[in-house]
Write a protein that binds this ligand. Structure first.
Ligand code: GLU
Length: 362
């Protein structure tokens, strides 16, 4: 099916599955791969076009190289170079048994966000879907090891997918940590991603929450701000992927924001791909600048909390109570660290207009 007039591909669903949900005893787990391949077959029968984003290259390559324990990035890159083919081979077999052909697509964030590569990346993903192949995406870890949750969200945003499904070992967002509290209640649905939802999941202004959930929430921010619904669901149930895509009550569904203007994928990456590590409290005049998407300067801020380096992601806090009750009005990546901010001159550009997402407009 060709893309709609807005470029969106609602029939396309991006399903991200992590290493622990695909690899057991240092080998591809055929039962888990079969379940995932069956899910793809069922979704295709519903008229959907699944794109898989699957991890496991580093784990398989490490096992083949006999590596144990934490390794430096350069060794992980090498392990990925060994493991990437092993991982894809397992997918290739699983799909061939079902009469389908898998297409391996290795990407890094710059392939998805930079104007010089974006068109080509979108074309190859769409080309694979149009040729009836099953795209199996992974980060090209041999050149750069980052995070597949965020990569999956960028793929979903670039394609204008109908849904992003993040399959994981914590089956959704809970009111308290389900691993410590047996009575923890699952949150089935979130109207829109907000910093309050994020706090609930244990992500604080000082960095990561528990169990990789921080990365998942960054992915949810990116997808839903781009207009793509996101579901965090358990990878342990056999038909979890199918149920999450079909909209059954499983995991946590986060509804998309409906921005008047589709934000650029590169902007989403810069502003939302890391959890906030500090806060800047706005002066009243900053709100109009944020609404207009203008550059934010040192003089637009009254104070800060947390110390952060240049290039960190921070929350911009409203100067006082707002009618909608929202405290955080924007999130973005600072061009100066907190120490420089304290001593910097008035006109210093803190957040250039291309580096923040305003929650006032979406
Ligand atoms: N892409 C890596 C792999 O296949 C892992 C990165 C991640 O899990 O986020 O091993």
């Amino acid at each position: 099916m060709p893309p709609g007039p807005s470029g969106a591909r609602p029939e396309c669903v991006v399903i991200k599955i992590g290493t622990s949900s695909l690899i057991s005893a240092q080998r591809p787990d055929s039962a888990k791969l079969d379940a995932l391949a069956d899910a793809v077959v069922r979704l295709r029968a519903d008229g959907l076009r699944p794109v898989l984003v699957a991890s496991g290259a580093i784990a398989l390559g490490s096992a083949r190289l006999g590596l144990t324990g934490p390794q430096p990035d350069s060794t992980r890159q090498l392990a990925a170079a060994v493991g990437q083919g092993l991982l894809f081979d397992a997918f290739r077999r699983a799909f061939e048994e079902r009469g389908l052909l898998a297409a391996q697509i290795l990407l890094t964030p710059p392939d998805l966000i930079g104007p010089e590569h974006q068109g080509g990346t979108r074309a190859v993903l769409e080309g694979a879907l149009d040729a009836d192949l099953v795209p199996v995406v992974n980060e090209n870890d041999a050149v750069m090891v980052r995070n597949n949750d965020v990569l999956a969200a960028l793929v979903a945003a670039l394609l204008g997918a109908g849904r992003l499904v993040l399959l994981t070992d914590v089956p959704g967002l809970y009111e308290s940590d389900p691993r410590q509290d047996a009575t923890a209640r699952r949150i089935p649905e979130v109207r829109a991603m907000t910093p309050a939802v994020e706090r609930l999941a244990g992500v604080t202004a000082h960095g990561l929450g528990t169990g990789g959930m921080a990365a998942k929430l960054c992915a949810v921010w990116i997808a839903t701000t781009a207009g793509v619904a996101a579901v965090i669901a358990g990878a342990d149930t056999e038909d979890g992927a199918v149920r999450a895509v079909r909209g059954d009550d499983i995991g946590t569904l986060v509804h998309p924001r409906r921005p008047a203007k589709q934000p650029d994928v590169g902007l989403l990456w810069r502003a939302l791909s890391a959890p906030p590590s500090g806060r800047l409290v706005c002066r009243p005049e900053a709100l109009a600048v944020i609404e207009d998407g203008g550059p934010l300067l040192g003089r637009h801020f009254h104070s800060r909390t947390g110390s952060f380096a240049s290039g960190a992601v921070v929350d911009l806090v409203a100067p006082g109570p707002r009618p909608d009750g929202a405290e955080v009005v924007a999130r973005g990546r600072v061009s100066v660290g907190s120490a420089a901010l304290a001593t910097a001159g008035e006109e210093l550009t803190v957040l250039h207009h291309t580096a923040y997402i305003s929650f006032l407009e979406v």
